[in-house]
Design a protein around this ligand. Structure first.
Ligand SMILES: [Zn+2]
Length: 251
């Protein structure tokens, strides 16, 4: 099993560290999650800290998450979508974000329209309007080359929407599948990408509870689709650490 991110940064502690209080400067923050669970895995600690310090956090769930167990009879797509949305709502409540701050876009899991899709322009319009309504100062996005098509597409849609906007946003990109599946080409290689390590300190406990709220992805809750997706112990271990990694393009 490859583990390129860790191989490249064998000692993550050598990356420039941010103290927990750093998040105060992020201001009003929008978290873009390609699937319900990415918000907790990638940014759960930051979200808990942001809320602790009184920053407003809104969350955008891009896909409906309904492809994780495609053969379950007990959880056909609409029911699975509802389950995943309620898990995400519970997770975010643990992190201090109320249900009214979450927007579910419900693009089909596995089919979030990337820049080559016919539906890309329509998706960009939806996000552009959302940004205009929310006016975040900081946007947390999946890493631009995170190796999952929905993650790539989510990054592309939001970047295109931002390019059309008059507002200036700070963007921080978080890795999810980069930890486990990265090819060398997926890793940060641009000279103007800075890597930060945010100490999440006591928010680590909240983050772990939030991850566990996504029970359909971790436990045997859906027991009639043996081929269904689950987050393995190896994958979860990357997120069971007292820090989070954020990449930032320095302009
Ligand atoms: Zn995801």
């Amino acid at each position: 099993m490859s583990n390129s991110l860790q191989v490249s940064f064998a000692d993550v502690s050598e990356i420039e560290s941010w103290e927990a209080e750093t998040v105060i400067s992020w201001g009003k923050t929008l978290v873009v999650a390609p699937h319900p669970d990415d918000e907790s895995l990638g940014c759960g600690g930051a979200v808990a800290l942001l809320r602790k310090f009184g920053n407003e956090v809104t969350v955008l769930a891009v896909s409906d998450g309904a492809l994780s167990h495609p053969n379950s009879k007990k959880f056909p797509p609409a029911k699975l979508r509802d389950l995943r949305e309620s898990e995400m709502t519970d997770a975010l409540e643990i992190l201090g974000v109320s249900a009214d701050k979450i927007t579910f876009l419900r693009f089909r899991d596995g089919s979030v329209p990337g820049e080559l899709s016919d539906d890309f322009a329509a998706a960009v319009t939806i996000i552009r309007n959302h940004l205009a309504k929310i006016s975040p100062q900081t946007i947390l996005l999946p890493w631009r080359r995170d190796p999952h098509l929905d993650h790539l597409a989510s990054w592309q849609i939001v970047k295109a929407a931002m390019a059309d906007s008059r507002d200036d946003y700070r963007v921080l990109e978080y890795p999810i599948w980069l930890w486990e599946r990265a090819e060398n080409a997926d890793l940060p290689r641009e000279r103007n990408i800075k890597i930060h390590r945010l100490k999440i300190n006591d928010a680590t406990v909240q983050k772990q509870l939030a991850i566990r709220a996504h029970a359909s992805q971790i436990t045997g809750l859906i027991d009639d689709d043996p081929g269904g997706f689950h987050l393995s112990a190896e994958v979860l271990a990357h997120f069971d650490v007292p820090f989070e990694i954020y990449f930032e393009e320095i302009k």
